[in-house]
Design a protein around this ligand. Structure first.
Ligand SMILES: Cc1ncc(COP(=O)(O)O)c(C=O)c1O
Length: 377
């Protein structure tokens, strides 16, 4: 049985009758950039996260840049970022000319470890970017305490965590501003590139909207430098349709996670993702870790498991094979192997299993049976 890592076609089939006319409507009205569809999406997506303002953007990467840019982060500033995240989290800082300062992740949550954040704060630190990685919220209470104590700004990169909850509240409004990605493979994915920033700060929202559109307050009047980071009308239309399904798709992901837990929970050789108390995990990714004695053996076993699954037509992924502090592009920062052991361990021993709401019980059972077979051999 073939089990893809993600099946966007399966989802498209279920919404084709809604999404095709929505796109056709944009074509008929030639409303290609921003416009009504984006305005409606901004309103509804902000409401879904209980946040007052939402600004649609051209991608999650651009949303990350806009947040730090609008906050005035620039050359000479330092921005604290988890070493365990997708590279786009760091581009927010680098595009502003600031220095990313990496911090290890927590062994249970895989999110930035608040206990290690304080040691990374210097006189130059201006912001901390909390990433809700794989779909589970970072420890926002602890991070807010640290940010307050040191007078630095806390923001969220929520690219992987649409509708995730922390202490009964949706993420997005738990800091100064949050960025989201609607890359097609995300829990809420556009049919192209798209992203958004949400914030409760009216001034910041205005600034972000201005930077998104050439720094203009009105057409052809440019108050500041800016960029073209606008969301396309077609993406707004697709996202409006898909937002209505997001809660049910999120429940679908949680059901897949529960089934994996039922079928793999007794395997001593694997650590499964943990949903922490007072968190609602939305399982953008389902990352398991291989247990064992030495790191070398665990890495070798992980690699063999991935090959075995692939031979049996089960796709899997590595998120992320090279931690940010060891990426070539950041060699100028002078980090070394061994600096962030939890992140490095995860890179070497983690494996992302197929995760999307349309996965059938049969597919999940097949994946689990192949994993069990691998460890029984
Ligand atoms: C944690 C994280 N931040 C930022 C991004 C960037 O989003 P985009 O691909 O929409 O630019 C992504 C996803 O790609 C992500 O996973």
């Amino acid at each position: 049985m073939k089990v893809p890592f993600l099946d966007l076609k399966a989802q498209y089939k279920t919404i084709k009758d809604e999404v095709n006319p929505a796109i056709q409507n944009i074509l008929d009205n030639t409303a290609f950039i921003l416009g009504k569809s984006v305005l409606q999406f901004e309103k509804e997506f902000g409401e879904a996260h209980n946040v007052k303002y939402c600004i649609g953007t051209s991608s999650g990467t651009d949303a990350n840049h806009l947040v730090l840019w609008a906050l005035g982060i620039g050359p000479g500033d330092e921005v604290i970022i988890p070493a365990n995240t997708f590279i786009a989290t760091a581009w927010g800082a680098t595009l502003c000319g600031a220095k990313p300062v990496f911090v290890d992740c927590h062994p249970e949550s895989y999110n930035i470890d608040p206990a290690k954040v304080e040691a990374a704060i210097t006189m130059k630190t201006k912001a901390i970017v909390a990433v809700h990685l794989y779909g589970q919220a970072a420890d926002m209470d602890a991070l807010n305490v640290i940010a307050k104590k040191h007078d630095v700004i806390l923001v969220e990169d929520a690219a992987q965590a649409h509708l995730a909850e922390y202490n009964g509240k949706r993420i997005g409004g738990l800091s100064k501003a949050s960025s989201f990605s609607f890359y097609p493979g995300k829990n809420l994915g556009a049919y192209g590139e798209a992203g958004a920033v949400v914030t409760n700060d009216e001034e910041l929202a205005k600034k972000i909207a201005q930077l998104r559109e050439h720094g203009q307050s009105e057409k052809y009047y440019h108050e500041s430098f800016g960029h073209n980071y606008r969301m396309e009308g077609i993406q707004g239309a697709v996202l409006n349709v898909k937002l209505k399904h997001l809660e049910s798709w999120t429940n679908g992901r949680r059901k897949v996670a529960a089934k994996y837990k039922e079928l793999l929970g007794n395997l001593a050789e694997l650590s499964l993702p943990k949903e922490l108390p007072n968190h609602k995990h939305v399982y953008h990714l389902y990352v398991v870790r291989v247990n064992g004695k030495s790191l070398e053996v665990r890495e070798e076993t992980r690699n063999r498991l991935q090959s075995f699954l692939s031979e049996n037509e089960v796709a899997s992924g590595l998120h992320y094979p090279v931690p940010l502090h060891l990426q070539k592009c950041f060699s100028y920062l002078g980090y070394n192997n061994g600096d962030f052991p939890v992140t490095e361990d995860l890179a070497q021993t983690g494996l992302s299993l197929p995760m999307f709401p349309e996965l059938t019980d049969e597919q999940i059972e097949y994946v689990a049976s192949k994993i069990n077979e691998f460890f029984r051999e």
